[in-house]
Design a protein around this ligand. Structure first.
Ligand code: HEC
Length: 109
């Protein structure tokens, strides 16, 4: 019986630890892919042929540093004043960082 209690305690502690710790890289990228879909980035961009092929994002992670990827999302006019693209500056910090991590992971053309 004591054994069961100890096992339960260990499981509970592990669950709390997982809750408190930051997302793993993989979880963050999955989260980022969801933000990408929710924000409808594919209206103008494509990844692996899905979305608007006019502005593919394949390989963007190899091409741009994180800071530039972030800026293309929150302040695109600062990257190119002629681009007609709204600033996604109301995203929750956690969503934005996940989105940037997801794009940074796109390394293949
Ligand atoms: C209204 C159309 C539009 C939407 C919607 C849009 N973008 Fe863009 N985005 C552009 C254009 C246009 C460029 C500049 C492309 C170029 O110059 O090759 C661009 C550039 C980028 C770049 C840099 C690409 C590169 O190869 O240098 C990234 C990263 C990016 N956008 C991410 C996003 C993300 C993430 C979203 C959704 C939150 C999004 N964009 C939504 C139009 C859009």
């Amino acid at each position: 019986m004591r054994h069961v209690a100890t096992t339960l305690l260990v499981i509970l502690m592990a669950a709390f630890a997982a809750e408190a710790s930051p997302q793993s890289d993989e979880a963050r990228e999955v989260h980022g892919a969801r933000v990408y879909r929710e924000q409808k980035c594919q209206a103008c961009h494509s990844i692996e042929g899905v979305g608007n092929r006019r502005f593919p994002l394949d390989g963007v992670g190899a091409k741009l540093p994180v800071a530039d990827i972030r800026k293309w999302i929150v302040a695109p006019r600062e990257m190119n004043p002629r681009v007609r693209k709204k600033a996604y500056d109301k995203l929750a910090q956690r969503d934005l960082e996940a989105l940037v991590a997801y794009l940074k992971g796109l390394r293949k053309k």
